[in-house]
Design a protein around this ligand. Structure first.
Ligand SMILES: Cc1cc2nc3c(=O)[nH]c(=O)nc-3n(C[C@H](O)[C@H](O)[C@H](O)COP(=O)(O)OP(=O)(O)OC[C@H]3O[C@@H](n4cnc5c(N)ncnc54)[C@H](O)[C@@H]3O)c2cc1C
Length: 145
């Protein structure tokens, strides 16, 4: 059985690890991500300001992983890590691992001290958040035309 490396999170960190490990055919890699795509956050401001389309800011993880013989993509959400048993509990089952790489990022905290700030704020880390910000800007622009 090849050594099985599971990578949690298919963004910059997880993809960098996956690409590095893909050079070692004796290793089997599974990349797990809750979205079927990688959102290019570095293009986020362009998306928010309507200077690019959302298709230009995402990369299909299935297509990306298909470029590597020893890499499998699994579109799933991580529920918990059972480290004593070396098993990941997922929204659609479980997955054993030999080595685990955690690249799950961080969560944006929005402080609810002011309703206006809260209602017109959004994180830009996710595609949904960036699209929401783009919508707010377009709405404000049209209101002032
Ligand atoms: C608008 C914007 C522009 C930026 N521009 C730059 C730049 O120009 N240069 C630069 O160096 N940095 C930039 N950054 C910062 C950079 O994007 C982050 O440092 C980087 O995304 C961190 O990568 P990561 O892989 O550690 O985490 P993340 O990108 O946060 O990825 C974590 C991944 O884990 C997934 N995930 C989380 N929980 C689960 C779960 N339970 N199950 C399955 N999957 C899960 C998420 O969906 C996500 O894909 C920018 C950030 C933003 C928001």
């Amino acid at each position: 059985m090849p050594h099985h490396v599971v990578i949690l999170g298919g963004s910059y960190g997880g993809i960098a690890a996956m690409r590095r490990l893909s050079k070692y055919p004796e290793i089997q890699v599974t990349l797990i991500e809750q979205h079927p795509y990688h959102f290019l956050q570095t293009e986020g401001y362009e998306l928010i300001s309507s200077n690019t389309s959302f298709e230009e800011t995402i990369v299909s993880l299935l297509a990306l992983c298909a470029n590597y013989d020893n890499v499998t993509f699994r579109h799933s959400t991580v529920a918990s890590i059972e480290s004593p048993q070396k098993v990941i509990l997922l929204s659609d089952g479980e997955l054993p691992y030999d080595t685990l790489i955690i690249a799950l990022g961080s969560v944006t905290k929005l402080f609810k001290y002011d309703d206006n700030v809260y209602n017109y704020s959004s994180g830009a880390k996710s595609l949904r958040g960036a699209l929401r910000l783009n919508g707010i800007i377009l709405l404000c622009t049209f209101r002032h035309l």
